[in-house]
Design a protein around this ligand. Structure first.
Ligand code: ATP
Length: 314
């Protein structure tokens, strides 16, 4: 029995589905009670401060880290099942390339290791960046090496591409070039992408889905387009140095008082009427508020949550 799930959402099967997923190290939990769904075909930004558990989650999704508790499924198949292996590709900060191999040899190795290898696609990615096929990988620039690593990842023709800050060592031009390449390839093939990054504006441009982690817990998950409008930025004058009582009826994610001015990021529970100004925050403002307030209630947009009582067909 493969344990295939028939769970589907509006976007088809769930590319990733975590239920009560956790990983404990000697020092404590790196990730705990992690439950979410990522529909297939989405480009998901994985956001969180240092030590939030992003690499741990990506490690579990790529079978490099064993979960301590809970379960994780890729396209309905438990990650412990070897059947998931050809379905994902991983690209991290360290590009595991052999420096003495030429680019052509590197791509041939990709062909040897992967049954579904698409040499034409891999070569197209390399050639589009004017990377010479006969050059040794060790002589390439950081941007060129990243391009070769991308070619290896996409040549595998994965259904799910997992990226752990793959562009952190690139200059802004090379980052832009790689992001464009990533988007074009993913959109053309309908590849699901989960990508961790500390560059919030980059995530805002690229991602249509977000998973926000802080202190090893999910803070928000779901459609980027729905997460932002669920929040409002409220500013006004405080009478007594604290937030107006009427505002505390809503879910306050973060608030600050400077002199007589207050500002609050809230998730309205009804009409936000009061003696204050209301504006729509940017995605960056919403993410920063959540990252600074790990105790604020987590937010899941419809479809992103996994209800514990929900049944699964196997
Ligand atoms: N192999 C390990 N042994 C012990 N503790 C670990 C190990 N890997 C991660 N941790 C701890 O787990 C927590 C989460 O780490 P993780 O690397 O997943 O965070 P992250 O969100 O990827 O951080 P960053 O943005 O800095 O890369 C941290 O407290 C970290 O010290």
């Amino acid at each position: 029995m493969t344990g295939k799930s028939t769970s589907t959402g509006p976007g088809g099967a769930w590319a990733l589905e975590a239920r009560g997923l956790g990983r404990r190290y000697r020092r404590g939990w790196a990730l705990r009670d992690c439950s979410f769904r990522l529909p297939a075909g989405r480009i998901c930004g994985l956001v969180g401060p240092n030590g939030a558990g992003k690499s741990t989650l990506l490690g579990m999704a790529t079978r490099q880290v064993e979960p301590t508790e809970g379960e994780l499924r890729l396209f309905g198949v438990p990650v412990s099942d070897r059947e998931v292996m050809p379905r994902f590709a991983f690209l991290g900060q360290d590009k595991p390339l052999f420096k003495r191999f030429t680019v052509a040899e590197t791509l041939r190795m990709g062909g040897e290791l992967n049954p579904n290898w698409d040499m034409a696609a891999a070569e197209r990615i390399v050639r589009a960046g004017d990377v010479p096929l006969h050059a040794a990988v060790g002589t390439l620039s950081g941007g060129q090496r990243t391009r070769v690593a991308f070619a290896l990842a996409f040549g595998k023709r994965p259904d799910l591409l997992l990226l752990d800050e793959p562009m952190s060592d690139l200059d802004p031009l090379a980052r832009h070039e790689m992001s464009t390449l990533l988007m074009a390839e993913a959109v053309e093939r309908g590849t699901t992408v989960m990508m961790s990054s500390h560059m919030l504006t980059e995530l805002e441009d690229m991602c249509d889905y977000l998973l926000v982690l802080a202190e090893g817990k999910v803070r928000a998950a779901g459609d980027a387009d729905a997460l932002v409008p669920a929040h409002a930025l409220v500013t006004g004058v405080t009478q007594d140095g604290s937030l107006p009582a009427a505002l505390t009826r809503h879910t306050v994610i973060e608030s600050r008082v400077h002199g007589r001015q207050f500002q609050a990021m809230v998730r309205p529970r009804g009409p936000l009427t009061g003696d204050w100004r209301v504006s729509q925050p940017s995605l960056e403002e919403v993410l920063l508020a959540h990252l600074r307030s790990p105790d604020a209630p987590a937010l899941y947009t419809p479809g992103a949550a996994v209800e514990p009582q929900e049944g699964r067909s196997v």
